[in-house]
Design a protein around this ligand. Structure first.
Ligand SMILES: *Cc1c(COP(=O)(O)O)cnc(C)c1O
Length: 398
């Protein structure tokens, strides 16, 4: 007998749940890439992507995952030997720094740890000291999927402007786009990267780089940009899929179109509110369980928590044990602890993560929380009973 039989649920922070409408849109014979529906739908896809990121500027579409989008953003804007400043609030910022370093870029990391937001005062000091304006970009992660910290970019924009520092402001929105509020133009972000498999509800395989005209001008001044990553052609809806970038990602584009239709039918504000409410339900359960046991939300300040992913600490090796129980006994896969390792817990076995990005609703979240509560009981992990009831209260609007 196994209670895991039935539809499984990958409740990790990407790849996320792919809606049936997206799967159905992809289930088709290879389309004509020369003319007809596929080329014709590109303009709408580009427009709808920009609406999700709240930008009137440009977006380049790549066949790649988030790592590729990271590289693309830098390949168009920062040359080998130049410098960037990376503001780290988790593992993924360090990953972006590593990509920069392997491109010959000098990446200075200001590390704020895994437990909270960017400290603007430290950023200000660092930028003030850069009187030669040697930093070509200031890079930060919107939602760091490892820590579940969320950063806002408006204050970084204001800081750069106040100091008269010309560095581009670059945002990794891979986890947060389509989940946590992000308004590229209003917050003064110059370059934002995203990928298909998180809030955008598609399989991994498409990367996106949004860039404004200021960044486009910097691209024009670059001596070398690799042909594959050059965003010029990929940002032209009538050109990228056929002539410059190689074969179009045919089926992914159909899936993406269906996903974008879902997002805009719901309305991006409603999508953000749904994610915020479901996140509060998860926090309510976790905070309740933690009153009589070791479980804690990794980000203590709700204002800094993402609405797309929630990292939880519970102590080694309980995180890994609980994840295993949920997968094997109940068909729910939770996210591993990632990049949270310490000397005592190098593998981050004391952590796990709820992914709640994209195609997620109340019954899915309540189901996952019910499974976790059952797992806490089955493994005899100390906790206050009744966390799911607290989550249900949030869902009821009490
Ligand atoms: C998932 C993720 C990445 C990496 O994306 P891949 O598609 O796995 O390469 C980078 N940054 C953030 C914030 C992410 O959530």
């Amino acid at each position: 007998m196994s209670l895991a039989n039935g539809r499984t649920y990958l409740a990790i922070p990407g790849p996320s749940v792919v809606p049936d409408a997206v799967l159905r849109a992809m289930h088709r014979a290879s389309p004509n890439i020369y003319e007809g529906e596929l080329p014709d739908m590109m303009e709408g896809i580009v427009a709808d992507l920009k609406r999700v990121a709240r930008t009137d500027q440009n977006v380049a579409i790549y066949i790649c995952n988030g790592h590729g989008a990271w590289e693309a953003a830098l390949a168009n804007t920062v040359a080998a030997g130049e410098k960037v400043l990376i503001l780290a609030t988790g593992f993924f910022a360090l990953g972006w720094a590593r990509i920069a370093q392997t491109m010959g870029i000098k990446a200075d990391v200001l590390n704020f740890g895994n437990g909270g937001p960017i400290d603007l005062a430290r950023v200000a000091d660092k930028l003030k000291a850069d009187t030669a304006h040697s930093y070509k970009a200031v890079m930060a992660v919107h939602v760091d999927t490892s820590s579940s910290n969320r950063n806002d970019f408006g204050p970084l924009r204001t800081l750069l402007d106040d100091l008269g520092h010309p560095a581009l402001l670059m945002a990794d929105c891979i986890a947060g786009l389509g989940c946590d509020r992000f308004e590229m133009d209003a917050s003064g972000v110059d370059v934002a990267v995203a990928a298909s498999q998180k809030g955008l509800m598609c399989p991994p395989g498409l990367g996106f780089v949004f860039f404004n005209d200021r960044a486009a001008d910097i691209r024009k001044g670059m001596r070398h940009v690799s042909a594959y990553w050059d965003w010029s052609a990929r940002a032209a809806p009538d050109a990228f899929y056929q002539y410059f970038g190689g074969t179009a990602p045919t089926h992914h584009l159909y899936g993406l179109r269906a996903a974008l239709e879902m997002i805009h039918a719901e309305g991006i504000e409603a999508v953000w509110t749904r994610h915020a409410t479901l996140a509060r339900a998860i926090w309510a359960a976790c905070e309740h369980w933690g009153q009589d046991g070791p479980l804690r939300l990794n980000i203590s300040d709700p204002a800094s928590r993402s609405h797309a992913v929630t990292a939880v600490t519970i102590g080694k090796p309980l995180g890994t044990q609980l994840r295993r129980w949920c997968a094997e006994e109940a068909g729910v896969t939770l996210g591993i602890g990632l990049g949270m390792g310490t000397k005592d817990d190098p593998a981050s076995d004391g952590f796990f993560r709820f992914g709640h990005m994209g195609h997620v609703n109340a019954h899915m979240v309540l189901g996952v929380l019910g499974v976790v509560e059952a797992g806490l009981g089955a493994l005899d992990i100390a906790h206050r009973q009744g966390g799911v009831a607290q989550a249900a209260k949030v869902i009821s609007g009490v």
